[in-house]
Design a protein around this ligand. Structure first.
Ligand code: NAP
Length: 350
């Protein structure tokens, strides 16, 4: 069901460091989106990891486009309150606009499941979800409940679980009689340039997901990018199975941004590099808004600076076909407790 797109640039060119530098220094970035282009009044959106950095800026931009209900999904309620204050102090909400703060912790499957259940009770219905929460650890951290390494847990496994559970929410809302012509839902998964640079040394390991939990093989320079690459492989496969008329699911790359805490664990050199080479978080956030408002042609694709561009070269390789099938199967098994296979089966028939 995902469309064959012809890109204006090859995946290899897109992945080159030269192209990255060009994007960071010489591109004008994503074009501005005005209220005349996009009017989100009447709509409800969730932004995860919304208490700072790119997520906070994205939230601000959605409100500027007249979004009616914004749900800040955060793991720390106090940080959520500070974010709400920052959003409303900078610019008072317009009549009818509301901001809610919902707890979501990607380190806990229970939290993800409870969050999705609550999203299913939304009235008016959910329209847009931006899955922005992410980590880039400087040391190996094992999740105490799942046993998985924490970058994999946060950036891939829990993101995928939430995606699948929210797809069920979109499916259920389609059958609600008072919204017979509901426009497709939107799910944006925030990716990264680093996906294209990942070595992904685990790719031939069986089982695949377990290989990421081996502390001895953990590679601090590779793990984050690999988790983002897994997200791209997942989105590509998911888009073959669900129709964009139900929900448009895509990935987006904000580019290297300063003004966030993502690289805070990574030391002074990284901090200075990000400040020199990065763009403001607001510029990166605009890419997320583009991805959330692009048409169905972006289903299963990668949106960058407002355009559909190639994902990591590996995604288009012969090898990826087999690896993606293994990843998909293992991911379904890992998340079987939440009935994800049944969800995908029921969505495939939609
Ligand atoms: N900044 C960049 O240069 C860059 C480039 C490419 C892609 N990205 C991606 O953009 C997204 C936003 O990153 P950012 O740069 O804005 O970093 P950030 O300021 O560190 O924001 C990350 C957000 O994720 C939340 N988060 C982390 N672990 C979580 C968990 N277990 N459960 C729920 N929320 C969790 C954080 O909450 P806490 O505040 O509670 O930790 C924070 O709100 C990430 O997906 C990142 O990979 C960033």
């Amino acid at each position: 069901m995902s469309q064959q797109i012809s890109f204006s640039i090859t995946p290899e060119q897109e992945a080159s460091k030269l192209q990255f530098i060009r994007r960071q220094f010489f591109s004008s970035g994503p074009p501005a989106i005005s209220r005349r282009d996009v009017d989100l009044s009447g709509k409800t959106a969730i932004v995860t990891g919304a208490n700072g950095g790119i997520g906070l800026e994205c939230s601000r931009q959605l409100l500027d486009l007249r979004l009616t209900k914004l749900i800040l999904a955060v793991r720390d309620g106090a940080k959520g309150e500070i974010a709400r204050k920052a959003l409303t102090t900078a610019k008072p909400l317009e009549v009818g606009q509301v901001i809610e703060i919902w707890k979501l912790d990607h380190s806990s499957y229970d939290s993800v499941v409870a969050f999705a259940r609550r999203a299913g009770e939304l009235n008016p219905r959910l329209d847009i979800t931006i899955l922005n929460a992410g980590v880039n650890r400087d040391s190996f951290v094992r999740n105490s409940t799942t046993g998985h390494e924490e970058d994999l847990q946060t950036n891939y496994l829990s993101t995928v679980l939430l995606t699948l559970l929210l797809l069920r929410v979109f499916k259920n809302r389609k059958s609600v009689t008072d919204v017979p012509k509901a426009s497709p839902g939107r799910i944006v998964i925030v990716s990264s340039d680093m996906a294209a640079w990942a070595k992904f040394n685990e790719r031939n390991k069986e089982p695949l997901l377990k290989a990421f939990d081996d502390e001895a093989k953990w590679d601090k320079y590779d793990r984050y990018g690999t988790t983002k690459l897994l997200g791209q492989l997942f989105v590509t496969e998911l888009a073959k199975r669900i129709s964009p008329s139900l929900a448009v699911v895509n990935c987006t790359n904000p580019g290297l941004c300063y003004g966030s805490t993502l690289s805070s664990e990574l030391g002074r050199f990284t901090h200075v590099f990000v400040r020199l080479v990065g763009r403001p978080a607001a510029a990166g956030a605009l890419t997320l808004v583009h991805a959330a408002t692009k048409d169905e042609s972006s289903h299963g694709q990668y949106v960058e600076d407002g355009e559909i561009r190639p994902m990591a070269p590996f995604v288009y390789s012969k090898e990826a076909e087999e690896v993606t099938q293994r990843l998909w199967k293992e991911t379904m098994e890992e998340l079987a407790f939440a009935g994800v296979q049944e969800i995908v089966d029921s969505l495939s028939q939609t």
